[in-house]
Write a protein that binds this ligand. Structure first.
Ligand code: CS2
Length: 475
């Protein structure tokens, strides 16, 4: 089994440093596959030159990652599956804590002066935001954390309490770097933490507002969930059993807003882009990668496919996705300096075709109620304002509605914070275009002006009717 003791015999690229010598300088909330494929790999590269940025992962819900990595001394294998295939052992994850098991251990790390960075991949829903992206003060976890600030459940609650304690201890705040696919993620997170702090302590809110650095980011690397096939493959190639290896494509990108962090990591030396123009990168990525991803997921599942590369082999579907990107979305975007949006689209389509990984459509279909507003409705609203044809942008929305309807009929669970409401709507559907109105009434997903627009309603109903007529053919 992979561990510090066996590391030297693993047949894979090994850390260029002694993992045991790393200091914890980063606390990361949500040490799931994406974090371990992405940020942890950058910190692993940094560690070769600078020992200060070892990671303490904090799981807010399950003990799975801790239980898998503890016997392995935090080591795991990163399989890069693309035109070239490589296996690399990552050593930057020095420990994993499980919040609900030991809250004070988490605060002890967050209070260390050497912990200068806190990062997060807690998914869109983990920020506890309302549809307008402000902190949802009615969210059950936020209500709990405001009443019990010493024993938080939410990421926001942990951060706010840690900042309160750091201030009381005369320490500087850490730099807070969110790494989820949310537009303006830094700005929104800082606002959320400030509002949370202000509920109980105005001085703390002011200190957070004045001193907390919370840069926005754009993160990108396609990371399918780990399965047993990967475990077997990794064990065969590296000669080392690994309870939780990670797989991803070769492409990886991390864009961080310029911020003040005296004597911080040398980000650029490991390929991170520091810029003042994160919004342009983030809009392009959310709408040209994640939007098409969700489109492929719902339309692809409708047609009976299981993975992204399989769905991309359907010429009609791939062409629809390409046209959605090039004709519907690109005209809405401003390219970040030096980026050619058409070439960017072509590269993304190529990444979707990557035959070396099996990226399950069902994985991307999770949390549709959280993802679609950011990935599709944002473009739809702007396209509507400009008088563009919006019919193609309606397809993923209609396909999502069919997805929900089918789950409601089959009785399969939906992974989505609105699962209960969605299943109730799905059950009430009649498999008629009028079903669309039931979904449009969901204010947490569709803003009133968009839902009330006749062109939008007509567009989605048309797409829904089209999918109904082709149901037997592909499902
Ligand atoms: C995907 C993303 O699961 C999803 O919703 O669209 O996880 C996507 O693979 C990443 O954002 C790529 O960087």
């Amino acid at each position: 089994m992979l561990s510090l003791t066996t590391l030297s015999t693993a047949k894979a690229e090994k850390p260029a440093y002694d993992p045991a010598s790393l200091e914890i300088g980063v606390v990361h909330f949500g040490p799931g596959a994406f974090h371990r494929a992405h940020q942890a790999a950058y910190f692993d590269a940094l560690a070769a030159k600078d020992k200060r940025w070892g990671i303490c992962g904090v799981s807010l819900h399950s003990a799975g990652v801790r239980d898998a990595l503890k016997p392995q001394d935090g080591l795991y294998t990163l399989a890069v599956l693309d035109e070239e295939i490589s296996y690399r052992i990552i050593g930057s994850m020095r420990e994993v804590l499980v919040g609900p098991e030991d809250i004070e251990a988490v605060f002890e790390r967050l209070l260390r002066p050497s912990v200068e960075i806190v990062t997060s991949t807690v998914t869109e829903k983990g920020y506890c935001l309302a549809p307008d992206f402000s902190l949802d003060l009615q969210h059950p976890d936020i209500l709990h954390d405001l009443a019990n600030p010493q024993t938080p459940k939410s990421f926001i609650g942990y951060v706010a309490e840690a900042l309160r304690r750091r201030r009381a201890a005369g320490l500087k705040p850490f730099v807070l770097i969110p790494c989820d696919n949310l537009p303006k993620n830094g700005q929104r997170l800082k606002e959320a933490v400030t509002v949370f702090a202000g509920q109980n302590d105005h001085d703390l809110a002011k200190w957070v507002h004045d001193t907390l650095q919370c840069p926005s980011t754009m993160v990108d690397s396609i990371t399918p969930a780990t399965d047993d096939a990967l475990r077997t493959r990794v064990a065969e190639v590296t000669g080392m059993a690994d309870a939780w290896p990670i797989q991803r494509e070769a492409f990886t990108q991390w864009v961080i807003e310029k911020h003040t962090h005296e004597n911080g990591p040398d980000w650029q030396s490991v390929g991170v882009t520091l810029t003042d123009n994160v919004p342009a990168y983030e809009r392009a990525k959310l709408r040209l990668l994640n939007g098409p991803h969700s489109t492929l997921a719902y339309l692809g599942l409708h047609r009976g496919y299981e993975s992204v590369s399989e769905a991309m082999k359907d010429v009609e579907l791939a062409d629809t996705v390409r046209r959605l990107m090039m004709e519907d979305v690109v005209p809405l975007l401003e390219a970040p300096e030096g980026l050619d949006l058409v070439a960017y689209c072509e590269d993304i389509l190529k990444r979707f075709r990557n035959p070396a990984i099996v990226h399950k459509l069902a994985q991307i279909a999770w949390d549709g109620s959280q993802k679609l507003p950011i990935r599709i409705l944002s473009s739809l609203g702007e396209a509507l304002d400009r008088g563009q044809d919006i019919r193609r942008l309606c397809l993923p929305l209609a396909a999502w509605m069919r997805f929900v309807r089918k789950k409601a009929v089959s009785g399969d669970a939906i992974t989505d914070p609105l699962a209960a409401e969605l299943i109730a709507i799905g059950k009430a559907c009649d498999d008629m275009p009028a079903d669309v109105g039931r979904f449009l009434a969901l204010r947490a997903v569709f803003a009133e002006d968009l839902a009330g627009d006749v062109t939008v309603r007509g567009g989605i109903e048309g797409a829904y009717a089209e999918l109904l007529s082709r149901e037997g053919l592909f499902a």
